[in-house]
Design a protein around this ligand. Structure first.
Ligand code: CDV
Length: 316
């Protein structure tokens, strides 16, 4: 029997700096209702979906921005979203800034995705691994991208979960540019990868890349889907937010690498597609049969040769 699932990309337009979380949650609930009209069973929201993209401002004392973070999920702000989704029987993935104490009481700040089942229970949590941008103030930029000031890399890497009748993984924004993101999940059998992003259309370290933002966005996700035989839902927070123009073009991608649905606005919009998770076998079991065709012993040799030739890490 085919494993059909109706997935949706719940793209968001800009969120103003002074927009209340209650107002943002209303917008997310409106997207849930739109998704319900499209019979969506799993709706994917973007990275940091509850607030403006605050790393564009540098405040020396990062704790001044703690009001953007959540210690609990759900909490008082987000409970109405969880209730509405449960009522509509829609699972969802939600990007948020997480303040997480460890066993010793030290607080960690993560850029996080939570995956929630149709009954409102949390299935799994992913913390962004590849934190882009810079840690200090860089006044030469017209806006900051100080993610490395506000977030530390997630310690758990790329896990997958048995959910929605398939194997589901998550990644956030910059993670999607790295081939290992997809391959680490692909090696665990990922059939559906959920990716939220906030991508400014101006890349200050190298403005020649500005015109390529949309191309690079689709290039990495389409090749990640194809090379690992996985569906991908890639979801933007787009439009002009606090003067910064951000890429929209949210997409649903098949294991063939083809885009099967794409947002046509830069604002709040749901696009959906009915996918058959069994179609992943067409790629996983043939051209990309990892067991049969991968050459891990050869990769090991390359790693050994290259180890001491690595340049020192550089922040961009
Ligand atoms: N939020 C992000 O991770 N943004 C990066 C920018 C810095 C390029 C991205 O990969 O879109």
């Amino acid at each position: 029997m085919p494993r059909h699932l109706i997935v949706g990309a719940g793209q968001l337009g800009p969120i103003a700096r002074d927009e209340s979380k209650a107002r943002v949650v209303e917008r997310l609930i409106a997207l849930l209702h739109d998704a319900s009209d499209q019979a969506v069973e799993l709706l994917v929201f973007p990275e940091l979906a509850l607030t403006t993209f605050f790393p564009r401002w540098y405040v020396g004392d990062a704790t001044e921005f703690d009001h953007y973070f959540h210690r609990e999920m759900p909490d008082g702000d987000t409970q109405p979203l969880f209730d509405a989704a449960k009522e509509l029987r829609i699972g969802f993935a939600l990007g948020f800034a997480e303040l997480a104490p460890d066993d010793g009481g030290t607080l960690h700040r993560y850029n996080t995705y939570t995956l929630v089942d149709r009954d409102g229970t949390e299935i799994g949590r992913f913390r962004k691994v590849h934190i882009p941008g810079h840690a200090g103030h860089e006044p030469w930029r017209q806006f900051q991208h100080a993610e490395r000031h506000y977030f530390e890399p997630g310690p758990d890497g790329f896990e997958v979960w048995k959910a929605f009748d398939g194997i589901v993984g998550m990644a956030l924004c910059n993670d999607r540019r790295w081939s290992e993101t997809y391959r680490v999940m692909g090696l665990q059998g990922a059939e559906l990868i959920l990716i939220g992003y906030n991508t400014p259309l101006h890349y200050y370290p190298d403005p020649t890349q500005n015109a390529l933002a949309g191309f690079h966005n689709h290039l990495v996700m389409q090749s990640g889907a194809y090379q690992n035989g996985s569906f991908i839902v890639g979801v933007a927070k787009g439009g002009i937010e606090e003067g910064v123009d951000s890429l929209a073009q949210s997409v649903i991608i098949a294991p063939s690498g083809q885009i099967i649905a794409q947002a046509i606005t830069t604002g709040d919009e749901v696009v959906s597609a009915r996918i058959d998770l069994d179609f992943t076998a067409t790629y996983k079991g043939m051209l990309f049969d990892f067991e049969r065709y991968r050459m891990p012993h050869y990769y090991g040799r390359i790693a050994a040769v290259r180890d001491d030739a690595q340049p020192p890490p550089r922040e961009i």
